[in-house]
Write a new protein. Structure first.
Length: 394
């Protein structure tokens, strides 16, 4: 692991890096290297990171607590709770006479399950593959820090058509942000409060926030951005003066959380243990199994579902659970790990994997975007499986 830190921190583009690995509850690797901030503050085990899309599994876990209570169903139509989406159409690929996106009606309503598995038809501007993606960018529909209220955000999204018919294709998107709006509308509570009461407090996750409190801001790392291939990283968000200090109008349930390595490890330990940790039952075993099982129709992988390229995973031999990918065929995917490994990452190069067959939990924490700037997460997983094979832990 020292070699990996040397490659990416000492001689590479990262200012800091935390590598963490546990097996069956025993910590095997806990390595912090580099400077958390431009001012020279060293990275520490309790440093805080912007999770970006690693927010998604936590949001879905909380949504499933509402399902378990009977307040929400996976086949509930989104428009039953968010009527803004009752008349949303699907883009035909062209424009109408007024220059707006031409659309046709949805063949069926989008459901809560469609949102959870990214099959609702929404998109992300980061795909940059269509005029619809450009419209997302122009309207800041996938910004981490929304300046719209929840109601305004729902209306803005509903003002554009879907990219695909609900349930017909996987397309990574803002759908978990929409799920957050559903949860808020259903409970009359903000997503920040729902996450705190239903997940963070019961699990003892004291370092997880949508807004970093004053007493924690000194632990928030700087975040860096590579604007174009080959360019040097520039400062994207300064930890001491971060925009995450201020509350957004509408918190991003799909990408807005800040957390620590230790907190996220507690969440993953809860998942590994079937929904319970240290006497706190968060989810039933059935709900955990649902999240970690491939949810693509017919057991398809992402390649068969026509998924857009994703920097968070390869497509061949990989399925999609709820909130994270599922390794279906390690050989076909050319990804080290056991069948059933559950994994995902974030735009700022954070990443995790959970291998139930071997009791392994791995975490990579750093802050460089976009995440495809390096092969850090792939290199970490390769190093992990080489190590456990050599040490006889596999």
């Amino acid at each position: 692991m020292e070699k990996l830190c040397g490659k990416y921190v000492t001689a590479g583009p990262l200012s800091h890096l935390h590598l963490f690995l546990s097996q069956n509850g025993k910590v095997l690797v806990d390595m912090c290297r580099g400077k958390a901030r431009e001012d020279g503050t060293p990275l520490s085990p309790d440093s805080l990171y912007r999770l970006a899309s690693m927010t998604k599994p936590l949001t879905i876990a909380v949504a499933l607590t509402l399902v378990e209570e009977g307040r929400l169903s996976l086949d509930t139509a989104v428009a039953d709770i968010l009527p803004e989406f009752a008349d949303i159409g699907v883009w035909t690929g062209g424009m109408d006479r007024e220059g707006a996106f031409a659309s046709v009606p949805c063949r069926r309503p989008m459901t809560i399950l469609d949102l959870m598995r990214h099959m609702a038809g929404f998109s992300y501007s980061i795909h940059a593959a269509s005029p619809l993606d450009r419209a997302y960018a122009e309207r800041a529909l996938d910004a981490f820090r929304q300046r719209r209220t929840g109601e305004e955000y729902a209306a803005a999204l509903a003002g554009l058509p879907l990219l695909h018919q609900p349930g017909e294709r996987f397309h990574y998107s803002v759908s978990i942000d929409v799920l957050g709006l559903v949860m808020e509308r259903l409970t009359s509570q903000r997503i920040e409060e729902l996450m705190r009461r239903r997940l963070f407090d019961p699990l003892g996750m004291k370092d997880s926030f949508f807004v970093v409190p004053p007493g924690h801001i000194d632990r928030l790392t700087d975040a860096w951005l590579v604007e174009r291939e080959g360019a040097a990283p520039i400062l994207y968000d300064r930890g001491a003066h971060s925009r995450w200090r201020m509350p957004p109008q509408c918190a991003s349930a799909g990408g807005g959380l800040v957390s620590s390595t230790g907190d996220y490890h507690r969440f993953l330990r809860m998942m590994m243990a079937g929904g319970e940790l240290d006497g706190a039952r968060i989810l039933s075993r059935e709900s955990v199994a649902l999240m970690m099982r491939n949810q693509l129709p017919g057991g398809a992988d992402l390649e068969r579902m026509g998924a857009a390229p994703l920097s968070e995973t390869r497509r061949r031999g990989v399925g999609m659970g709820l909130g994270a990918a599922v390794l279906l065929d390690p050989a076909r995917a050319a990804i080290p790990g056991s069948t059933g490994t559950w994994f995902w990452g974030g735009l700022l190069s954070t990443g995790f994997f959970l291998d139930p067959a071997r009791g392994l939990i791995g975490l990579v924490m750093t802050q460089l975007m976009p995440s495809d700037t390096t092969r850090l997460r792939e290199d970490f997983r390769c190093a992990v499986y080489e190590r456990i094979t050599e040490d006889g832990h596999g």
